[in-house]
Design a protein around this ligand. Sequence first.
Ligand SMILES: [Zn+2]
Ligand SMILES: [Zn+2]
Length: 73
Amino acid sequence: MNLCIMENCIKPVKAKKYCAMHHQRWRRHGDPNTIKVRKSDPPAVCQWVRCEKPTLCKGYCAKHYYIQRMMKS
Ligand SMILES: [Zn+2]
Ligand SMILES: [Zn+2]
């Protein structure tokens, strides 16, 4: 099975060497790197104090999402 050609993307290819998500971006914007930003959305930066990494899940970067999950459980 082939994987999406985008860097850091490990999803399987759906079409044109991109996964479903990147293929959709490529079709909509002509560029798989473009993420449509809605004005109502909070800044996509980790909400951890002094962390400015891009969010991965629930407002945290990969590292801090993992940490806050460990702290909650
Ligand atoms: Zn992808
Ligand atoms: Zn973080």
